[in-house]
Write a protein that binds this ligand. Structure first.
Ligand code: BTN
Length: 324
């Protein structure tokens, strides 16, 4: 185990540990500990340093446990990998597919150095607090049948959050923002790689805010919330991941068989824009109208204009804004 991992294990109990005690356990000097602490800060871990007392991580940390999650989900050997640090779990799987290399189907990271969001945005990372998860899934069929997938995955994430214990306030903003009482709680990034004989490798990335710190709020610059804020309890990431992996695996089989259809009822129940006045931002262009739900095959947004004409819009580069 690396020294940084050993230090994290020591600090994960949330208690204060003196530099001398840490140095003894790790067999390193105080200067070396200071360097390791700087590394933790670079991962956006908020380490408290108290003069003459030592270091602590407020609230401790529930680190991801690869074995525990894989066993609970009955996954085959090597199907799941938990990495300490990753550029981006989506990028990692995409590169593996591109290079034709062996890869885990399910990939989790404690920290992403270049996490990516929709529309080329950055996705904030803090070590050990949130969920950065990607799954590689082989889809058989026509590309057009994949159009509704991002909505179906959003429904699956909302169902997993519901099963985790969040019983009210959850909403979905087209195409796949997961919200709680109007604040962003989770995001989904779906990417495709290659086609041969109607077979696509789909990388499904899910990011969930587990704990929101001041640093995170400042970095994100939009209204966000997190699991700990909603439940008033620390986020049990291992438990949540078992729910998500089980639900996603089962739901993707359903999607392969019957597309978006089986997810539509739940989409409607979570849809925060349904029958509301909304704006669609498409580059420089803004289109206003009333949201009339989504098209049942492709998941395109149905927008009614002032003359009562309904047009459909596919996700692509569009963002949806609701009135505040
Ligand atoms: C969004 O903009 O709402 C989508 C955010 C998706 C973030 C997740 S975190 C795991 C995976 N890896 C990434 O780089 N992005 C996705």
């Amino acid at each position: 185990m690396s020294n940084i991992k050993k230090l994290l294990k020591i600090l994960s109990d949330g208690k204060c540990h003196s530099g001398a005690a840490i140095g003894k356990k790790l067999g390193v000097t105080r200067a070396a500990i200071w360097k390791l602490i700087q590394q933790l800060k670079a991962w956006n871990i908020e380490v408290e340093a108290k003069t003459n007392q030592g270091y602590s991580i407020s609230g401790g940390m529930d680190l991801l446990d690869e074995k525990k999650i894989a066993e609970a989900c009955s996954l085959p050997k090597d199907a799941l990998k938990v990495y300490d640090e990753c550029v981006s779990t989506n990028t990692f799987l995409l590169e593996r597919v591109r290079e034709g290399k062996k890869m885990p189907r399910y990939c989790l990271a404690e920290y992403q150095s270049h996490g990516r969001g929709r529309l080329g945005r950055e996705w904030f990372s803090a070590y050990g607090k949130n969920i950065y998860f990607s799954m590689a899934w082989t889809f058989h069929g026509d590309l057009s049948q994949l159009a509704g997938l991002s909505l179906a995955v959003a429904v699956v994430v909302a169902r997993a959050l519901n099963a985790y214990g969040i019983k009210e306030g959850l909403g979905l903003k087209w195409p796949n923002d997961v919200q709680w009482r109007g604040k962003k709680l989770a995001g989904i990034l779906i990417e495709l790689q290659g086609e041969s004989h109607h077979q696509y490798e789909v990388i499904i990335g899910v990011g969930i805010n587990g704990e929101s710190s001041e640093t995170m709020r400042k970095a994100v610059g939009q209204s966000i919330t997190s699991i700990d804020e909603i439940t008033h309890q620390p986020f049990e990431r291992n438990h949540f991941m078992v729910l998500l992996i089980q639900s996603l695996t089962e739901s993707l089989q359903k999607f392969q068989q019957s597309g978006l259809k089986t997810f539509l009822k739940d989409w409607e129940s979570f849809d925060v824009a349904l029958h509301k006045k909304v704006k669609l931002i498409l580059g420089e262009q803004t289109i206003e109208g009333v949201c009339r739900g989504v098209d049942s095959v492709r998941g395109a947004l149905l927008l009614e204009d002032t003359r009562g004409k309904v047009c459909d819009y596919s996700a692509g580069e569009i963002s949806l804004r609701l009135p505040c």
